[in-house]
Design a protein around this ligand. Structure first.
Ligand code: ZN
Length: 168
């Protein structure tokens, strides 16, 4: 049987461990998705992390921030041009300044994940072969997944992405 002093030591050590863990968890909870990239290095680090998470390490992928007018449609927030055969992809993200006022917040990390998911979901088929309904459905599925991944990573809810809350 342990002496009282020893028991007390164990209890106080255990408390210390819990204290450290809970502070770490709190620190973790404070983290939020990357809303805007401020330089290429930040973007490349984020790209590398998500490439790995999504199992796309063997793809050659470039990412840049661009003007809205450089995207194929003014409604786009990002664009991905890829070669499934060569596993190459060039991703463009709309600049925050050009995003304008939308119901969903500008979230650079979310746009990047969305574009990366295109390389997994339906990347082998041609967009030209799809009708507008099929294309919209594909984008919507990918959009849902991208936001859900961020919810899982940061412990946030889908509400986080709405610019306007409350009376909708
Ligand atoms: Zn899309």
């Amino acid at each position: 049987m342990l002496e009282n002093k020893a028991v007390n030591n164990i209890i106080s050590n255990t408390t210390e461990v819990f204290k450290e863990v809970s502070e770490e968890v709190l620190e973790e909870e404070k983290r939020l998705p990357i809303m805007e990239f401020f330089n290429q290095e930040e973007m490349d680090i984020c790209l590398k992390e998500w490439k790995h998470t999504l199992g796309l390490d063997d793809w050659h992928i470039r990412v840049c921030v661009t003007y809205a007018s450089h995207l194929d449609s003014l409604e786009y927030t990002g664009q991905n041009e890829w070669s499934f055969l060569h596993k190459c992809s060039a991703i463009s993200l709309i600049d925050k300044e050009e995003y304008g006022s939308r119901m969903l917040k500008y979230c650079a990390e979310e746009i990047l994940i969305h574009e990366l998911l295109h390389l997994i979901i339906g990347a082998e088929s041609s967009w030209e072969d799809m009708n507008p309904y099929e294309r919209a459905h594909e984008h919507q599925k990918i959009e849902n997944l991208a936001r859900s991944f961020l919810c899982a990573k940061y412990g946030i809810s889908l509400d986080f992405f709405w610019e306007v809350k409350g009376n909708e």
